[in-house]
Design a protein around this ligand. Structure first.
Ligand SMILES: [Zn+2]
Length: 193
């Protein structure tokens, strides 16, 4: 059996941070709700860590061989959540590589899950006192779907960025940089837009 992980020594961590000559930023990481594969990876990692064979002397194995093995053995199940399935439908690592900053990756992940704090329908789920309707369309909820595909307020920018205002949620994986640009112009930093 593997020995249990040592308990966190907060005092030691604080002292180390104080002694550090560089600037240290502490960043909140969004939870992995609706992130495909996350639970599978967690379970597989725990199983692997508890294997008796890992305690024994083993031949070294290359990183490429490990990756090939993982690709053969682990398959994501289909995404059960309908909206999340659509937002990841055309996902490719190549397209997502065009999103270079951590901040933009976070924006994109939050939008794909429909859980962005500047979407009022999502705010309303957390705090019932928040009005869930779109600031510009009083009869429509300010959801991901509304903001990205229906809202009159974002129509002009959708036309300019994508060449058409008629979008589906597929655009979240088909054109990630375009969605981030739309968010910058019509959603981020100004929740009332
Ligand atoms: Zn609207």
């Amino acid at each position: 059996m593997a020995s249990p992980a040592p308990a966190l020594n907060v005092e030691r961590i604080l002292a180390a941070l104080e002694d550090c000559s560089s600037t240290v930023s502490v960043q909140w990481i969004p939870s992995h709700v609706n992130i495909p594969g996350n639970e599978i990876v967690d379970t597989a990692a725990k199983e692997a860590a508890s294997l008796d064979s890992i305690q024994e002397e083993q031949e070294p194995i290359s990183f490429a061989a490990v990756k090939a093995h993982i690709r053969r053995e682990i398959r994501d199940p289909p995404i059960a959540h309908e909206r999340t399935a659509q937002t990841y439908k055309g996902y490719t690592t190549d397209k997502d590589k065009e999103i270079r900053s951590r901040a933009d990756q976070v924006v994109l992940a939050r939008l794909r899950s429909g859980h962005h704090k500047n979407l009022r329908a999502y705010q309303h789920r957390i705090d019932e006192s928040v009005d869930p309707t779109c600031p510009h369309c009083p009869d429509k909820d300010h959801t991901l779907q509304h903001w990205l595909t229906e809202c009159d307020r974002t129509m002009g920018e959708r036309q300019r960025i994508f060449g058409t205002p008629s979008l589906t949620l597929d655009i979240l994986s088909e054109n990630p940089p375009g969605v981030v640009e739309l968010a910058r112009r019509t959603l981020l930093g100004s929740p009332t837009l």
